[in-house]
Design a binder for this molecule. Structure first.
Ligand code: PLP
Length: 426
């Protein structure tokens, strides 16, 4: 048997940091990440045979749990028919139809391979459609590793952004404007000054990437109103919330109709599939119907569309009811455990994604997030991990549950909480 430490050592020789996506390296919490060997229902099993209740669910896709029989069956059937055609296939149409049928403002979709591609392409389309260059995003919202979106606020309320990472040029970030989340007056101010230069506002429909920081009542509706008034597009990034917050995603909760929406995660059922879509008159600007270029060798891959379709079709009302029940139970129990040891905290929800902030104040934007006692999370996380509960290895990520989290799995998490809370208190 190769242990996780041995895998990690080997991995670091051949892959930067030993991982293929940074958060997996446990940089924020320290220690060696367990290397996973298999998964089933609500559980992950590492290479040493240790089982964990999975509260990441692959960062969202595994809404039905791991190895759901209907998804496996659909993928196995697709596998027999071929793994990639490079030509149109029926599964792509069915997946697009399934999305369009669920979300009224989405009249057409284009399938891509990742959430990053979806947001990147949606922004290109918004620029091509409006003939404008600038885009507005919110501090703390993550939309994948698109150059123009890896930008943070400069000094001042709404300055042009600075590159967030080496490799992104000033020019790439220079058309991005970053304002504080949940701050409509800041958005109004920018639009009052340069509204006719802004192609789009992009926002997480309900953020999970700075921890769960939901939109204040009226925030998304306000964005829609301001963008419409100025001829800019409103892009709702539902990569995390899509088909998770409800059958039609966050749109199903607030009914604010975006011009364009991005999806990923759940709609790929654990495979690389994502999409962007929206108003047909905008989508028609995409090649080959229109001039805005966008393409992909593996876009609409038959295995991915089969997994995505099977997943969406099995997201029944019972599934959503179970997600609500599990997330509210766990949030309540985490809160009770932390209260029991006198640790100030808040559990916040973006739909059924949730996270714990070590503060007693409301957390409504990224500055609030950064002001929390996030150092308390490290001990909490490691004690949960030791007891076989796999939480996000960062205090600023959301926890995800699945419909396969039955009472046994939930109770295992609850039983682990007192010792973890004691760790957070120390
Ligand atoms: N948008 C949001 C809201 C996300 O949470 C993510 C990933 O976590 C992305 C976009 C990027 O998706 P991907 O990692 O599939 O490129």
């Amino acid at each position: 048997m190769t242990t996780s430490s041995q895998w990690f050592e080997r991995a670091q020789k051949v892959t930067p940091g030993g991982v293929n996506s940074p958060v997996r390296a446990f940089g924020a919490v320290g220690g060696t990440p367990p290397f996973m060997a298999s998964a089933s229902g609500p559980y992950l099993t590492d290479t040493e045979g240790k089982e964990y209740v999975d509260l990441i669910c692959s960062w969202g896709p595994m809404i039905l749990g791991h190895r759901h029989p209907a998804v496996l069956e659909a993928v196995q059937a697709a596998l027999q028919r071929g793994t990639s055609f490079g030509a149109p296939s029926g599964g792509e149409v069915e997946l697009a139809e399934e999305i369009v049928a669920r979300v009224d403002p989405v009249e057409q979709v284009r399938l891509v391979n990742s959430g990053t591609e979806a947001t990147m392409s949606a922004i290109r389309l918004a620029r091509g459609f409006t003939g404008r260059n600038k885009i507005l995003k919110f501090a703390g919202c993550y939309h994948g590793h698109v150059d123009a979106l890896l930008a943070s606020a400069g000094s001042g309320l709404a300055t042009f952004a600075l590159p967030d990472t080496p490799g992104v040029t000033g020019a790439q970030a220079g058309d991005t404007i970053v304002v504080p989340y949940n701050d409509l007056p800041a958005v109004e101010k920018v639009f009052a000054e340069i509204g006719d230069e802004i192609a789009c506002v992009i926002t997480e429909a309900a953020p999970g990437n700075m921890g769960a920081v939901p939109p204040l009542p009226g925030f998304n509706a306000g964005l829609k109103e301001i963008t419409a008034r100025h001829g800019a597009l409103f892009i709702s990034d539902e990569v995390m919330t899509g088909f998770r917050a409800s059958r039609s995603g966050w749109y199903g909760r607030d009914q604010v109709a975006p011009d364009l929406v991005t999806y990923g995660k759940v709609m790929g059922g654990g495979f690389p599939a994502a999409a962007f879509g929206g108003r047909a008159d905008i989508m028609q600007h995409l090649a080959p119907s229109g001039p805005v270029y966008q393409a992909g060798t593996l876009s609409g891959n038959p295995l991915a569309t089969a997994a995505g379709l099977a997943t969406l079709r099995h997201c029944t009302p019972e599934v959503y009811a179970r997600l609500e029940e599990v997330s509210s139970t766990l949030g309540r129990e985490v809160s009770a455990a932390l209260s029991g040891v006198g640790v100030a905290h808040r559990v916040q929800y973006s739909g059924t994604m949730f996270s714990v902030f070590f503060t007693e104040n409301a957390v409504v934007d990224f500055d609030d997030v950064q002001a929390t006692e996030s150092y308390r999370y490290t001990a909490f996380f490691h004690e949960m991990l030791r007891q076989g509960v796999y939480l996000p290895p960062s205090p600023f990520e959301a926890w995800f549950v699945s419909a396969s989290h039955d009472d046994t799995a939930v109770n295992r998490v609850i039983d682990a909480l007192p010792a973890a809370a004691a760790g957070a208190a120390a």
